[in-house]
Ligand binder design. Structure first.
Ligand code: IMP
Length: 428
């Protein structure tokens, strides 16, 4: 009996609360798979009084008996991976089995140095605002066919040859173009060999593990990182990350066929946030933005940067529903809107004198749009205790219904507070 495969993606600019949604659903599946991105992600899970932030490990790691997979599409920073694993071991929470694809690429120290140096070189007004985690440079090497893969860490001769080839080029570029000190080969080689030894027990054929689990009738959750609008192809290019956060990335990033995916759940925050540079039509730089940031705790889980905040953008949500093929939506942080007299949502964009309901893509056109808002009445009642949609105040219910009608996607999960149990589940 084939199992159920569900992809969970961010429908906005990341930080929608995917970690929390995966955590809420992980209980009922056997595998949790990360398929793209790397330690630029920061998935926060709150269990009781404990808070866990996973950058690389799948959010299912807290569950006993699960298998967590890091697919070929992820870029693995071994130092970060080993730190997260040790942290779980120290807390006695290393309850899941971990499989890391040998085909995943390794973020090397020079990728991080390059990330920072290239941002500096871009200068004012042209920066992307990366997380400095080496993500772009690592994927660039992958595409350039010179990258080092996890499996290479296990073979000293291959590693020596690849590292030498890379370091020669990187050191030239670092010293002559970026004005940064070159990195010594020997240190790096031995560090990478040590990583290999520590990671070896986890390395496996991730595609086979996931497909065999599906064949055996097991449930699989694919945990997207970042969000649709940061997707390399479908996001606000060039202000994007270097991977494929949209649902299709789950297939290429884990070695699973599109025909095996049953459902795609889009995680949508009840308002919008963005970290880093790039267009954000509904951004509010005034009082409202400040209020959302404080009440919603909108500071980056990876970099601590304050997130830019603003009203929910339904034009972008409808676009995300299309490019991901959303079959459902998980609406998070609805409680953050509690207390507002009225809530606005963008239902169109004015671009060059015309109103459109279609997302224009491409960072430069989006820069020029002016959102057309619709105002909806707010609610004052606290909603943290609501466990059914019917428990919500009428105006909160109407807000949810408006989003569903406009996007054509039903809210199957609604987050009404930060804790695991502060969740309304309907039809999941
Ligand atoms: P990079 O992924 O570090 O190359 O950064 C590229 C862009 O994606 C920057 O605007 C980052 O702020 C953004 N970004 C990367 N990872 C995340 C994330 O997990 N949440 C939100 N934004 C992210």
């Amino acid at each position: 009996m084939p199992g159920k495969a569900e992809v969970i993606i961010g429908a906005q600019w990341g930080d929608e609360g995917k970690g929390r949604v995966v955590d809420a659903l992980a209980d009922r599946v056997d595998l949790v798979v990360r398929y793209q991105g790397g330690a630029n992600a920061g998935h926060t899970v709150i269990v009781g009084k404990d808070k866990y932030i996973f950058h690389l490990l799948p959010s299912g790691m807290l569950y006993t008996g699960k298998t967590c997979v890091i697919g070929n599409g992820v870029v693995v920073d071994p130092e970060q991976l080993l730190t997260e694993l040790k942290d779980l071991q120290d807390k006695g929470k290393d309850r899941a089995r971990l499989v890391v694809s040998g085909a995943a690429h390794v973020v090397m120290p020079y990728h991080k140095v390059l990330d920072e140096a290239e941002e500096r070189l871009r200068g004012k007004g042209r920066k992307i605002g990366t997380t400095h985690r080496g993500i772009g440079p690592c994927y660039a090497d992958k595409v350039n066919r010179i990258g080092i893969r996890v499996e290479d860490l296990l073979d000293p001769e291959v590693l020596r040859m690849k590292l030498r080839q890379n370091l020669e080029l990187k050191n030239l570029y670092l010293s002559r173009v970026c004005g940064v000190d070159p990195l010594p080969f020997d240190d790096l080689f031995h560090t990478a060999l040590d990583w290999g030894k520590s990671i070896a027990p986890y390395v496996g054929d991730a595609s086979r593990v996931v497909n065999e689990a599906l064949d055996a009738g097991k449930g699989v959750l694919f945990e997207g990182a970042q969000g649709t609008l940061l997707d390399m192809d479908h996001g606000t290019y060039p202000y994007v990350t270097a991977s494929t956060p949209v649902s299709a990335g789950a297939c290429t990033g884990s070695g699973v066929s599109p025909t095996r995916i049953d459902r795609v759940l889009g995680v949508v925050k009840a308002y919008c946030t963005r970290v880093g540079e790039g267009p954000f039509p509904t951004e509010d730089k005034g009082e409202l933005g400040e209020r959302l940031r404080e009440k919603g705790g909108e500071y980056g889980a990876t970099t601590g940067r304050p997130r830019r905040c603003g009203w929910l953008d339904l034009v972008a949500l409808r676009y995300a529903a299309r490019v991901n093929g959303l079959t459902g939506m998980a609406l998070t942080k609805l409680d953050v809107l509690t207390g507002l007299d009225e809530i606005q949502v963008a239902v169109g964009y004015e671009l060059d004198g015309e109103v459109t309901e279609h997302f224009p893509g491409g960072g430069h056109r989006l820069d020029r749009v002016v959102p057309v808002y619709r105002s909806l009445p707010g609610w004052k009642e606290e909603i943290g205790g609501c466990r059914k949609v019917e428990d919500l105040p009428e105006n909160a219910r109407n807000y949810v219904r408006f989003l569903e009608d406009f996007s054509g996607v039903k809210a199957l999960l609604i987050g009404v507070g930060p804790a695991r149990e502060e969740t309304i589940l309907q039809g999941l």
